[in-house]
Design a protein around this ligand. Sequence first.
Ligand code: PHE
Length: 349
Amino acid sequence: MREQLEQIRSRALAELAAEATESAIEDVRVRVLGRAGELTEIMRGMREVPAQERPAIGQLVNQIKTELEARIEALQGKLKEAALERSLTEARLDVTLPGAKIPRGHLHPITLTIENMLRIFNAMGFEIVATRDIEDDFHNFAALNFPPDHPAREMQDTFFLGGGLLLRTHTSNGQIRVMEQRRPPLAIVCPGNCYRRDELSVRASPMFSQIEGFMVDRAGRITMAHLKGVLTEFLRAFFGSDTAVRFRASFFPFTEPSAEVDISCLLCGGKGCRICKHSGWTEILGSGMIHPNVLRAVGYDPAEYQGFAFGLGVDRTALLRLGVEDMRLFFENDVRFLGQFPASNERFA
Ligand code: PHE
């Protein structure tokens, strides 16, 4: 019996060597100490042991049991420590490493241009009102005094949508939409996209941005002089006071008299380039005194009210202001190009 016990003990201890794996340890534990294990079996067979030897054998069993349990515990503790150590090294995080830089986006240069223009008009007391891109013939043409056979209505200019609807060809629909709803005094700017069936080129695009502006009050209060004053003030604020501005008599169905406004070409400084068609000047807006027929169309009495209106092309203005030579760059969305203008706000500041 004693020999048997010594055998169990030395075999178990040999198996519980320093490099024993978790499963090897568990095997020994079950085989020796388990409920049907070798030591339990011996205890069960105690009856056959002569009475005087029983206490000594019992003691030895307990001794071996305690010894093996302690050994197992020590080995398991070591394994646990090693596992923890391993996971700590693997997941090590160096908090002193520099972080990855997340590139920051910014508004499109055209959007920034619109915002800067609106800020100037707003500071002059103009209210900002957005109207609609999808329009009907009345608000885009008829109410603006376009005769039924006017060439601007033709297919090559206008995108017709069917059902009497079209994509607005200018923001002048904003005049009609606002005046239909409200009574003077009005000082309003309407920014928005416009659409014409033009090819995308160095200086034109089938979709472009305009800012419409108008000011209406009792007859005699608002004159052509106010129109010139407001626009000159705006252009000086936007382009700088050294930019030359000229008013040129023109024609629009919805204004009388009408004037187009040119500024000296900022790209070539007036020498002539492909953007200014080699004239040294660039046309950036149309304007005039609101035609009596337009006032009538919105239910105003032209003897009672009078006002001016203007429509400013944003894209070409942005192009000049930012020194870009080709309109197409604005619409190709190449981030290498767009990324050059994150500081546009500062340039306008
Ligand atoms: N709607 C005109 C255009 O698109 C611009 C304009 C607006 C002219 C208001 C006069 C008054 O060219």
